[in-house]
Ligand binder design. Sequence first.
Ligand SMILES: [Zn+2]
Ligand SMILES: [Zn+2]
Length: 262
Amino acid sequence: MAKFCAMFSGSSGNCAYVEAGGSSLLIDAGVSARSICKALESIGSEIGNVAAILVTHEHSDHIKGLKALLSKYKIPVYANSGTIEGILQSIDVGSEFLNELKTGGSVEIAGMCVSSFCTSHDSRESVGYRIHTPDGKRISVATDLGYISDTVMTGISDCDIVMIESNHDVGMLQNGRYPYYLKRRILSKTGHLSNEDCSTVLPKLCSSGARHFVLAHLSRDNNFPELALETAVSAMKISGIPSGDYEIEVAPRSGPEHVLTL
Ligand SMILES: [Zn+2]
Ligand SMILES: [Zn+2]
């Protein structure tokens, strides 16, 4: 049995949870260690079960809780060399906790096979992750990306659960109050994925076997959960995918709401 929970998602902090075979992994630790521990307890887990933390990139909304988690619980962290450099520059943690997982490489952690794939984002070397559990379940996570490259598509295809960014509605962003440079940054190929771009790949992923979709990293200012959801569901409808073939949820901003069990 495998479990997945998007515990925190968005620019205020990101942390997702994967459990299989009695062990668990965190993907990013972008909120306080105390919030992460509380969230784990609320879903019936605990920080002592966390075998490793996989970090996607060094932006603070993905590593804010790392220092306290490492000093208190000494949990191994996996990231590529670019992200490790970024972590070491921004927070004071011992490099002995930081293990390199090359982009595109794989490692086995607590019986789970973890591999990473390159994403296009304005950090040093951002990645998404794909996890195969011991009982053959496949989970992938791709947030903080300007567009979906072929590499990303391969990384997230053929999975049971896909957590994918649905950051903004393009119209809301363009007409919103953000300064021009920031709009350009978000809309660029190294920015964030729009509802529209996210929704175009969902039918393909569903055809490749995905049943559970978690829309993630929603902008507080340029999106609404209902709008992200509606855009995704419409794309499925237009592609003729029956509504019983999939489930879509929106990742919560500030604490676990739903644990997916496979
Ligand atoms: Zn982020
Ligand atoms: Zn980022």
